[in-house]
Design a protein around this ligand. Structure first.
Ligand code: GLU
Length: 462
């Protein structure tokens, strides 16, 4: 069993491509087969090295490793030429020199008559020796195949053009290269987006003309944006790496992608092993899936809560760099992650919240400060400073006891102490359990920040 992912490097790896790659990868894993990565870069004008890199980066980040490749079609031009030559020699293909103008006139005429725009076979019997090469498509009968997702599909050969398989400069076209590659690379299950389903009958005719056995085909339904239109840039970040940048974990994105067009009962959370175990092309939906950002965020949160700590440390690395957070001077990052993981929707948020543990700030969030640092808070903060400067055992339990003592001494409820304390510690008011945060922030920094809160109050007093 061999499947493949065959992207054209004309842009980054987008969500639709990643979903196709995931399904092909899962199928190979499930069948204990091989997964090939093939870069379809024959369109030299639109293919770029930057896109190749973006695809490789995206696949790597998602952990969709390949057993073979990456193969590059531009390395295989000689092979394609040989196949085109063979088809010409066997009269299964012919040269055509129809001009663009002639083809345009033909198209317009057919369209006007309400017919399908299709090549009329003008050069079929001219025995030309130059021009584009067209495949002699059978004119009778149907092409019938059983798609593993869509079921039986039948197309009459009358519907199919004499397809161009090589341009006049000799370079091969997609439908030829894909057939040659899938055959040569022993791919026996072609899994791809259903935007290619119209190509499949043409490709089947090519396989047959070449006397090659057919692979299975599975065409995946497209992905729609929330508004029902095909998912595109308009719907926000669609590049896989943009999700990394926005703070998603790769396994959360994979889990999200696997549910776009596939389901197993009403289960929502799947580990990679479970996906491999349960995935079946038979269960892929025929109807398009709709992208739902809220669900992705929910999954991400679930994964952040339960992920292995070392994995989170690895995944956070990029974000710490991105937000210029140096963790060498401060608490152990694993303790900080544990303090924050219950309340972080994304790694971007988590990294933002990490700043309070590693960076001092010189300003409080203005709106929160106006609310929390009123003159009434002054004796409370003074009392906290007083107790904490004497506290030897800088543990969350002892820190918590002090908060309780101050509540009693000042005859106020917990909120009156906790809220200004939280703002003093975090600068933003956004922090989890204050005793744990204070323990991790450390005694000196805690005292300095409480003093800064006092200074703030003194300055509004005047
Ligand atoms: N290179 C094609 C694309 O990016 C995919 C070809 C295929 O999967 O057959 O759309």
């Amino acid at each position: 069993m061999k499947s493949r992912f065959a992207p054209s490097p004309t842009g980054y790896l987008h969500i639709g491509g990643a979903r196709t790659a995931l399904f092909a990868w899962l199928w190979a894993k499930k069948e204990q087969g091989q997964f090939i990565l093939r870069i379809e870069d024959t369109d030299r004008e639109r293919s770029t090295q930057a896109s190749v890199d973006a695809i490789l980066d995206g696949m790597k980040w998602l952990g969709l490793d390949h057993d073979e490749g990456p193969y590059y079609q531009t390395d295989r031009f000689d092979r394609y030429k040989t196949v085109v030559q063979q088809l010409l020699e066997e009269d299964k293909a012919y040269y055509c020199e129809c001009s663009q103008e002639r083809l345009q006139v033909l198209r317009d005429e057919l369209m006007e008559k309400g017919e399908k725009a299709k090549y009329d076979g003008h050069c079929q019997h001219k025995n030309l020796t130059a021009g584009v090469v067209r495949f002699r498509n059978p004119s009778e009968g149907n092409v019938i195949f059983s798609d593993l997702v869509k079921g039986e599909i039948s197309v009459h050969n009358k519907e199919l053009d004499d397809l161009i398989i090589a341009r006049s400069d000799g370079t091969p076209t997609y439908n030829l290269t894909v057939v040659v590659d899938d055959h040569d690379m022993d791919v026996n299950c072609v899994i791809r987006g259903d935007d290619h389903i119209n190509n499949t009958p043409r490709q089947i005719n090519l396989y047959e003309a070449l006397g090659w056995g057919l692979p299975d085909f599975a065409h995946l339904p497209m992905i729609l944006g929330g508004d029902g239109a095909r998912l595109s840039k308009r719907h926000g970040a669609v590049s896989v790496m943009a999700y990394r940048d926005a703070g998603f974990l790769p396994e959360a994105l994979l889990n999200y992608l696997v549910r776009l067009g596939w389901s197993h009962g009403d289960q929502e959370v799947f580990s990679i092993d479970e996906m491999i175990d349960l995935f079946d092309l038979k269960d892929v939906n025929k109807a398009p899936g709709s992208f739902n950002q809220d669900k992705l965020i929910w999954l991400n949160q679930e994964y952040i809560k339960s992920a292995d700590i070392d994995h989170l440390v690895d995944q956070l690395d990029w974000h710490l760099n991105d937000q210029s957070i140096d963790i060498s001077n401060g608490p152990d990052i694993t303790n900080v992650i544990d303090a924050l993981r219950e309340r972080s929707k994304t790694l971007v948020e988590m990294a933002q919240s990490m700043k309070m543990f590693y960076q001092d700030f010189d300003q409080f969030d203005e709106k929160s400060a106006k609310k929390q640092f009123k003159p009434a808070a002054e004796p409370i903060i003074k009392a906290l400073i007083d107790h904490y400067s004497k506290l030897e055992d800088w543990s969350s339990a002892a820190i918590h006891d002090v908060v309780k003592t101050v509540c009693d001494e000042q005859s106020v409820g917990f909120g009156k102490v906790g809220q200004p304390f939280r703002l003093a510690l975090s600068g933003t008011g956004n922090a989890g359990s204050i005793d744990i945060v204070a323990e991790l922030v450390g005694k000196d920094r805690t005292l300095a920040r409480l003093q800064m809160a006092l200074d703030y109050i003194a300055q509004i007093d005047n």
